[in-house]
Design a protein around this ligand. Sequence first.
Ligand code: C5P
Length: 236
Amino acid sequence: MPATDIPPRDRLIVALDVASVEAAEALVMRLGDSVTFYKIGYQLAFAGGLPLVRKLADKGKKVFLDLKLHDIGNTVARGVENIAKSGATFLTVHAYPQTMQAAVEARGPNLKILAVTVLTSYNEDDVKAAGYRLGVADLVAQRARQADELGVDGLVCSAEEAANLRKIVAKRLCLVTPGIRPAGSASGDQKRIMTPARAVAAGADYLVVGRPVVEAADPKAAADAIVAEIMPVLVS
Ligand code: C5P
């Protein structure tokens, strides 16, 4: 999936981090043609949001299901087979070899598997407390290599990691980056943030954006501004 093949508007993934299906549908309606790609995570999925995947897909939208699966291989495979029928485009799994392998083998032709290397809320102490000998950077690099070898389609990473991960996986995997903040917007609880233009310049293929769009006074204008910001980086 060469980065240049993705139209600028399809690179913006708006996180539907809202409390109900009704709120999500109202936001999708308001965003109209400005947004083509949505992310559904734990909050909405467990508030009855899973059927929204099919509904959005039927409207021609793409959906990233951020369920971060991790279980024994057989259980992951059976789950992924069903998710593949939902119309989702991206699904996240934790970057453990058995989990990634099972997800890749069960994904079918239309679903792409993204691996979460190390959660961005983990620092060196957290990784050590979880029992790992490697530090964060080495663990991310090892898991990126394993994801590549196992045929995973992409990685979720912070934009700061994008340039380094590009060196490891070249263009074979797409890079999907949350923690995006247009200049002037509040960082909230995100600590490692980057503007849309800088993230794309650093090698990000897709930008996951939640609050800067969802909580904007005019979400449609906020989404349009992000697409306008990344366009010059892509043509230069
Ligand atoms: O509101 P904000 O733009 O910070 O939302 C970012 C979205 O990306 C949230 O849905 C969050 O769960 C998700 N995410 C993240 N960091 C990761 C993985 C996913 O912020 N490492």
